[in-house]
Write a protein that binds this ligand. Structure first.
Ligand SMILES: Nc1nc2c(c(=O)[nH]1)N[C@H]1C(S)=C(S)[C@@H](COP(=O)(O)O)O[C@H]1N2
Ligand SMILES: [Mo]
Length: 392
């Protein structure tokens, strides 16, 4: 298992040879909000997430567990599984010959908004605010096309004929790995892509150049960057991040008492929303007695956003936000919904802004953190509360 170099592993940052390990780090935009430098973990700035539907690639959040690897020009994607000849591999040039699919997809880290849970009770992990999320287009070959070409016989899932393949495992060149259930991988409406482009350009180094698995509707941890191997398996990926991370536990469990073998791997995240404007503690203007609040909402598994409710009095009264939803088919809402609400304010100069989304299956966000508390601080989706002051 590779050592995870995270913000808590400070000692590693001074170890000899570290500069060599990190020699392939790209130049990054100065407005990214860096939460850990090496490996780089950085949030997208709120104004960039608000300004456009599509987050510009250079402002897309970065979540690297390990140093950015350098991929050679003669890179070949390895494939392994039933029906696939031993040693089968496919070049990038070959991958680009498959029909090209483009999909608008929001990636959200399972730890997004962790700082809010941490503020209630300590959790372990990078203290992300609400910017470990971004929305972009990815283009590439469909995973189903590539698997079929490699020789994998299409299983009859309706007949429960799986050929012993239950999971599709993705390995990244630098040692990261994850897997997704085969049902998602093979779903013709699941849109799993082996992407070589992001926003119409080659994928930037931080986001997986030259090839990335993109798993829409799932937590971003399953969209493996620097993809160099796909294995069809009867078990989940053996990687640390599939087996011993990205799982949730009851509020009573500590890191020590959490039994990872007994918890389901996180795949589709629950419904989420957050405020991007105004920022906490800001002084805002009331225009004709109305304060503007803006943010994003996202539902997992391709569900859409049905409604976003916004309050300025801590959750007593609610205003419907105006939604800007993705133009995507039912159960294929892979992209986020941006929203804006104009809320009437009374005489109080202190406002407590709250937002909550309801997805198209009528799943609401939970109102508090207590019931969803987990020691690792994943899937933090309680109603967000933000205090601001109204300018007199
Ligand atoms: N190879 C590789 N893939 C990876 C990771 C990684 O560290 N290495 N991090 C995962 C996690 S936890 C997240 S949240 C997303 C972040 O994608 P981004 O850096 O493009 O925003 O990539 C996922 N894929
Ligand atoms: Mo993540």
């Amino acid at each position: 298992m590779p050592i995870e170099l995270d913000a808590t592993a400070k000692d590693h940052q001074h170890a000899t040879g570290l500069d060599k390990l990190f020699e392939n780090e790209p130049v990054r935009d100065a407005s990214l909000l860096v939460r850990s430098a090496r490996p780089c973990n950085a949030e997208a700035p709120a104004d960039a997430l608000l300004a456009t539907r599509i987050t510009p690639s250079h402002l897309f959040f970065v979540r690297n567990h390990l140093p950015v690897p350098k991929i050679e020009d003669d890179f070949e994607l390895q494939l392994e599984g039933p029906g696939i000849p031993d040693g089968f591999s496919i070049s990038l040039v070959k991958l680009k010959e498959f029909p090209k699919t483009t999909c608008e997809v929001t990636l959200q880290c399972a730890g997004n908004r962790r700082n809010e849970m941490h503020a209630k009770k300590a959790v372990k992990g990078l203290l992300w605010q609400g910017g470990a999320i971004s929305n972009t287009t990815f283009s590439g070959a469909r995973l189903t096309d590539v698997l079929e070409n490699a020789g994998y016989p299409a299983p009859n899932l309706a007949e429960n004929n799986y050929h012993d393949v239950m999971h599709v495992c993705f390995d990244g060149a630098e040692g990261y790995g994850a897997s997704i259930p085969v049902e998602k991988a093979l779903d013709p409406r699941g849109d799993v892509i082996l992407a070589y482009e992001m926003n119409g350009e080659p994928i930037p180094a931080d986001h997986g150049f030259p090839l990335r698995a993109v798993v829409p509707g799932h937590v971003a941890a399953r969209s493996v960057k620097w993809l160099n191997k796909i294995t069809l398996s009867d078990t989940e990926s053996e990687a640390h991040w599939q087996q011993h991370d990205y799982k949730g536990f009851s509020p009573s469990k500590t890191l020590e008492t959490s039994d990872y073998s007994q918890s389901e791997s996180i795949q589709e995240p629950p419904v989420q929303s957050a405020i991007l404007y105004p920022s906490p503690g800001a002084v805002v203007k009331a225009d004709g007695g109305l304060v503007t609040v803006k943010g994003y909402a996202l539902a997992g598994g391709g569900r859409g956003i049905n409604r976003v409710d916004v309050s300025v009095d801590g959750g007593r009264n609610w205003t419907d936000a105006t939604l800007s939803r993705p133009q995507q088919a039912r159960d294929r809402h892979w992209a986020w919904t941006q929203w804006e609400a104009k809320c009437a304010v009374g005489d109080s100069p202190e406002l407590e802004l709250v937002c909550k989304a309801v997805d198209t299956s009528y799943n609401p966000q939970p109102d508090g953190f207590e019931g969803i508390y987990n020691a690792r601080g994943v899937l933090v989706n309680a109603w967000q509360h933000i205090k601001v002051t109204v300018e007199k």
